[in-house]
Design a protein around this ligand. Structure first.
Ligand SMILES: N[C@@H](CCC(=O)N[C@@H](CS)C(=O)NCC(=O)O)C(=O)O
Length: 260
């Protein structure tokens, strides 16, 4: 028994990072699903675990660990088998620099197009007062929800997000020109941090141009092509739930303005 319980939401990209790491390390765990659509992350019992009111949260034999990047490093420290972090300190620093960039740039950038496509419609029926109260309850994201409003993020915000995502793709493209994974020959936590955002981009129809251009520019590398499905086949990531909610008309605007 690993003693691991993960508070997680199927469609949450941050939860997916942890589930991918658990899957790669072949660590069994108990999943406790947190219903973001019912604001379960803002209930007293959950805020007592994670005062930020976001998923995921890990409970390891009573030790409560929050933040997906912190959780995956913790898992690496406690369960070093099937390593996802280079042992060499300089290589580990390189991986952590990638992760810091991912947490700073693409992870927040994927939110505005995701919320416009999948989530904002869930707030449409609220009165302005109810929406203001819902936004105010978010310990970390009040300003984000206020900026979104009940009609979605404006084009300027979407354009800025797409510029950040494009920069990420360019950096990945450069890194993957000569190596199978972003940090070189080893599949690491940096690849895990990137994967949910790339999958979400595909779900939003933002990614196909990148994949085409990457294939054209990268020399043939059969090992990488064989390795990729190991991530994409993961039931934790590609269970279909990501696209289940796609019905908002703004997803067309996002798609049409992307990577032209
Ligand atoms: N830095 C945190 C961010 C977690 C986060 O933003 N989670 C989102 C889902 S991906 C969430 O729970 N949002 C709740 C909300 O919007 O109220 C982490 O990596 O764990």
């Amino acid at each position: 028994m690993t003693g691991l319980t993960l508070y997680t939401t199927p469609t949450s990209t941050c939860s997916q990072k942890v589930r991918l790491a658990l899957a790669e390390k072949q660590l069994p765990y108990t999943a406790r699903h947190v219903a973001l659509d019912k604001a379960e992350q803002l209930t007293d019992w959950y805020l007592a675990l994670n005062p930020n009111g976001v998923v995921p949260t890990l409970d390891h034999n009573g030790h409560i660990i929050i933040d997906s990047s912190v959780i995956t490093e913790y898992l690496e420290d406690v369960f070093p088998d099937r390593p996802l972090r280079p042992r060499d300190p300089a290589h580990a620093a390189h991986m952590r620099a990638w992760r810091a960039y991912i947490d700073e740039v693409p992870t927040p950038a994927i939110r505005p197009p995701s919320f416009n496509a999948f989530l904002v419609q869930g707030f449409a029926a609220l009165t302005p007062e109810q929406f203001a109260a819902a936004a105010a309850k978010r310990p970390l994201r009040s300003h984000f929800y206020r900026k979104m409003g009940q009609t979605g993020f404006d084009q300027e915000t979407i354009d800025a997000a797409l510029a950040d995502l494009r920069q990420t793709l360019e950096r990945m493209n450069a890194a993957l020109l000569n190596h199978p994974w972003v940090c070189g020959d080893m599949f690491t936590l940096a690849d895990i941090s990137l994967t949910p955002t790339i999958v979400r981009m595909e779900d939003l129809h933002l990614g196909s141009r990148l994949i085409r251009s990457t294939k054209q520019r990268r020399p043939p590398d059969t090992r990488r092509q064989q390795s990729l499905p190991r991530v994409c086949r993961s039931e934790w990531l590609c269970g279909g739930s990501l696209s289940a909610g796609r019905r908002h008309s703004q997803s067309d605007a996002v798609r049409d303005s992307a990577f032209c």
